[in-house]
Design a protein around this ligand. Structure first.
Ligand code: ADP
Length: 359
């Protein structure tokens, strides 16, 4: 079994043990050419990844995500600050000791990185061979892993005979072969279509829940984070601009960078073009209400509009879920007697409802 089991888990409510810890990490790369300034890929990043969680890192291309991964597995060293993995502070280790730490870390990649000349079983067996695991034990583990990822019947096929999703499942089986405690997934679903992405994410969830493997998932896709992560950090141009539970960060983004991710995925306020279209067919006041996990929001809205004799029609919006909690927005067209709409909006604001008048 994997070295981390649920029996290691902290009792819920107390802070879980940090498994990966960044302390004020800055990573600079030398200038490209003589006159360029050094490039800062990560700037003063501090974070903690707990044992047993699925930790998301989201950011646009060039934000520093892959650099962060390479600092965790010791392929890069920080220019300033410290990276701890388990009990080790990586900069204090020799290259040989770093390799030891790396053996406890599995990796999966966007392009799968499988050996085309080896069979599916051969790919999964490879890291075991390198680790010197003897033949019979190797065969047993490969069979168990292929069974776990649902590819036992494809053991003797070559990668080119597989779909993208199947290739990534082989990648996952191979990454798990040495029974790592940590799995780093760098854009692991970015080359897959949405349905296959869902299957691979479901498999990663099982890797986390059933095998107790801590997962760090690097992506530019919010949907991936929504589907699988417990907590998330947002990287923007080398800086860690937000961190928290997936719900906190995306239901209440505090920075523009996080809000940009949310705006493209979660239903938010109508765009200028949508508003213009709505105005052509709706003459009443347009008001957008933010929907979050506040109990009784719908009845507060209905009751208030009724009391003030305001007619409310939903003209735009929607509600989806983040970590099983509602998030979204609803745009209403409000019509009623003079002063009634204003009075109803004042009452809702006093009641703590978040709303904006569209102008
Ligand atoms: P992401 O994974 O979010 O796309 P990266 O971590 O790959 O971002 O890159 C962050 C920045 O650091 C980019 O500007 C990239 O060009 C630069 N960078 C990454 N690795 C190197 C390197 N080995 N040498 C020089 N610049 C690098």
């Amino acid at each position: 079994m994997m070295s981390v089991t649920t029996s290691d888990a902290e009792p819920s409510g107390s802070a879980a043990e940090a498994y990966v810890r960044f302390e004020h990490v800055t990573k600079r790369f030398p200038a490209n050419g003589r006159r360029g300034a050094p490039l800062t890929a990560l700037r003063d990043v501090s974070l903690e990844i707990a044992r047993g969680e699925v930790f998301g890192v989201i950011g646009h291309s060039g934000a520093g995500k892959s650099t962060l991964v390479r600092l965790i597995n010791g392929l890069e060293t920080p220019s300033e600050g410290r990276v701890h993995v388990g009990p080790h502070e990586l900069t204090a280790l020799s290259e040989r000791e770093r390799r030891g730490v790396r053996r406890d870390i599995g990796m999966i990649f966007q392009q799968f990185n499988l050996f085309q000349s080896r069979t599916v079983a051969g790919n999964v067996a490879y890291p075991l061979k390198v680790a010197g695991v003897e033949r019979a034990e190797r065969d047993r583990r490969v069979a168990r892993l292929l069974d776990f990822v649902g590819l036992l019947d494809r053991a003797h096929d070559h990668p080119e005979q597989l779909s993208g999703g199947q290739k990534q499942r082989v990648g996952i089986a191979r990454a798990l072969a040495t029974e790592p405690s940590l799995l780093l997934a760098d854009e692991a679903t970015s080359a897959l279509d949405p349905e296959t992405t869902g299957d691979v994410l479901a498999l990663l969830r099982r890797v986390n829940r059933e095998l107790g493997v801590t997962i760090v998932i690097i992506t530019h896709e919010l949907d991936v984070i929504r589907a699988i992560a417990d907590r998330v950090v947002v990287l923007d141009d080398g800086e860690l601009v937000e961190s928290g539970s997936v719900y906190e960060v995306f239901a209440h983004p505090r920075t523009e960078a996080a809000a940009r991710f949310v705006g493209t995925t979660l239903r938010d306020r109508p765009s200028a073009a949508t508003l213009a279209r709505l105005r052509r067919t709706h003459s009443g006041r347009l008001v957008t209400v933010r929907v979050r996990d506040r109990s009784g929001l719908q009845s507060a809205l209905a009751g208030t509009f009724l009391r003030h004799e305001v007619a409310a029609e939903i003209v735009f919006g929607g509600i989806s879920e983040l970590q099983d909690r509602p998030v979204g927005s609803l745009t209403f067209e409000l019509t009623g007697p003079p002063g009634a709409v204003d009075a109803s909006l004042a009452a809702l604001r006093a009641d703590g409802v978040e709303l904006v008048e569209e102008d």
